[in-house]
Design a protein around this ligand. Structure first.
Ligand SMILES: Nc1ncnc2c1ncn2[C@@H]1O[C@H](COP(=O)(O)OP(=O)(O)OP(=O)(O)O)[C@@H](O)[C@H]1O
Ligand SMILES: Nc1nc2c(c(=O)[nH]1)N=C(CO)CN2
Length: 169
């Protein structure tokens, strides 16, 4: 199995939000956690009215391909007690695969609905881009450009609303 690097977005807005995110980040240490952002509190994105989220972004590198990272994301969601709910609705833990890069440096590109890469909505989500930029100022979202430029292109109020969560660590 080739090594691949993945950027994962973690979010929670039900129950013990910080516990769910920290538990997932802790578990990822066994999978090759490379870097993690701090936790951010973010207003809910999308059409569903729901409580604020805590979000974080992590970089992992390990012995999995893109499908393997998606399977790991689903395991972490299950471990946090996630059940089926409405699209874009509240959840105890959501883990999205933002982008996957092979060890040759080439991004994995996919339009498979079961695993679309890069994640098709990451470029417009301040709750993904701001934490990602904080842990990797040189980050690039394949096909969309530098994360720093994508953040600069967002409405400033969206960026300002992604608040470093003070009760961390
Ligand atoms: N890059 C990806 N990361 C995670 N899931 C993906 C990805 N591409 C496609 N999917 C598929 O999307 C399905 C639905 O995911 P989920 O319920 O988490 O969506 P959502 O979080 O409500 O919406 P969004 O994808 O906009 O964050 C998953 O079962 C998965 O197969
Ligand atoms: N701020 C924020 N909003 C969301 C999030 C999330 O993680 N953070 N996840 C969603 C699931 O699709 C929908 N909306």
């Amino acid at each position: 199995m080739p090594m691949a690097r993945a950027v994962l977005s973690l979010g929670a807005n039900l129950g013990d939000r910080a516990g769910a995110l920290r538990g997932a980040i802790e578990a990822l240490k066994d999978d090759g956690l490379v870097a993690r952002s701090v936790l951010y509190e973010t207003p809910p994105w999308g059409p569903v009215e729901q409580p604020p989220y805590l979000n974080a972004v992590v970089v992992v590198r390990g012995d999995r391909d893109a499908a393997g990272w998606l399977a790991r994301a689903h395991e972490l969601e299950q471990a946090a007690g996630r059940t089926r709910e409405v699209r874009w609705g509240a959840r105890t833990l959501d883990v999205d695969v933002v982008t996957v890069t092979g060890d040759d440096g080439a991004p994995v590109l996919s339009d498979d609905p079961a695993l679309t890469l890069p994640h098709p909505r990451a470029h417009e989500r301040a709750f993904v881009l701001v934490p990602w930029l904080s842990l990797d100022p040189t980050a690039v979202l394949p096909g969309r450009g530098r994360v720093a430029d994508l953040v600069a292109a967002l409405p400033p109020e969206d960026v300002a609303a992604v608040a470093r969560w003070e009760h961390l660590q």
